[in-house]
Write a protein that binds this ligand. Structure first.
Ligand SMILES: [Zn+2]
Length: 276
């Protein structure tokens, strides 16, 4: 569930709190948490490393260190918790604990266990193999109509399918794809090859606007056990959702009931009147 705005909120939280800190111990107990490399190798590489920067590409967190990069993907239910020390109550489904040199712990919690951690040494191809498959980042990279237009028309898919394809644009998931379509006035099941130049302009503006507003609100948290930031606080963007999860409720613009359907194998929500 965490999409770009939630991962970006975690990234900025980490950047403000762990840069300059050294990882002094690594404990992995989740059998699936580290799966691209042996757990012992992961722990040996990460132990003793000093965090120098915290980056992100799409939904991947890239924790830069003095020698290599810790890569974290939260997938469905993963989250990071920064706590004061080992005495802090441990959440169920805590699968990895990184102890920092100031005594604090960075914990990886993941009930569904789809999330993962791995560590890449400088020059190791693994990092490029993962991030090299991603399209431009939906927040950081400029996706003006002149960039977006060729990407959109070439794909011959539904608009929602295109927005969800991380190889085209990295970071957008189910919630924000619906919100971007609404903000652009375009139905999620619109064929991309049918989009006119003025509609691509609207899509480009909607993409930037929705990402920026969602990041400013700290992302979205829906229901129990959903996304929380590093300090266990929920996001606030869910109250601004125009269509996602609002099937049958009145459109905030025109009052028409929001429609629910399925597009690209996922749920989709849209206003039949405001979107075409
Ligand atoms: Zn409407």
């Amino acid at each position: 569930m965490p999409e770009l705005p939630e991962v970006e909120t975690v990234r900025s939280g980490l950047a403000a709190t762990v840069v300059g800190r050294t990882v002094v111990a690594v404990r992995v107990t989740g059998p699936r948490t580290v799966r691209r490399q042996p757990v012992r190798r992961f722990a040996a590489r990460l132990t003793g490393r000093r965090v120098t920067a915290v980056g992100r590409h799409g939904k991947y967190l890239l924790v830069g260190t003095d020698r290599g990069t810790l890569v974290i993907h939260l997938r469905m239910t993963g989250r990071l918790a920064l706590v004061d020390g080992p005495q802090a109550p441990r959440a169920p489904h805590t699968h990895a604990i990184l102890t920092l040199d100031d005594g604090r712990e960075l914990r990886f919690v993941d009930p569904r266990t789809f999330g993962e951690l791995f560590f890449c040494l400088p020059g190791e191809p693994l990092l490029g193999q993962v991030t090299g498959r991603l399209g431009p980042d939906a927040l950081v990279d400029e996706l003006g109509p002149e960039v977006l237009g060729p990407l959109v028309v070439r794909r011959r898919t539904t608009l929602k399918g295109l927005l969800l394809d991380q190889r085209v644009i990295a970071g957008v998931g189910n919630i924000y794809a619906d919100e971007i379509c609404f903000a652009a006035g375009l139905r999620p099941d619109r064929r991309t090859e049918s989009l006119r130049p003025d509609e691509v302009v609207r899509l480009s503006a909607a993409l930037a606007a929705v990402m920026e507003r969602a990041v400013a609100a700290g992302g979205s948290s829906l229901g129990d056990g959903s996304y929380r930031d590093l300090f266990d606080s929920p996001g606030a963007f869910q109250v601004e959702h125009a269509v996602y999860g609002r099937a049958g409720e009145p459109c905030r613009v025109c009052g028409t009931a929001v429609a629910g359907t399925r597009v690209a194998g996922r749920s989709a929500h849209y206003c039949p009147r405001c979107q075409s």
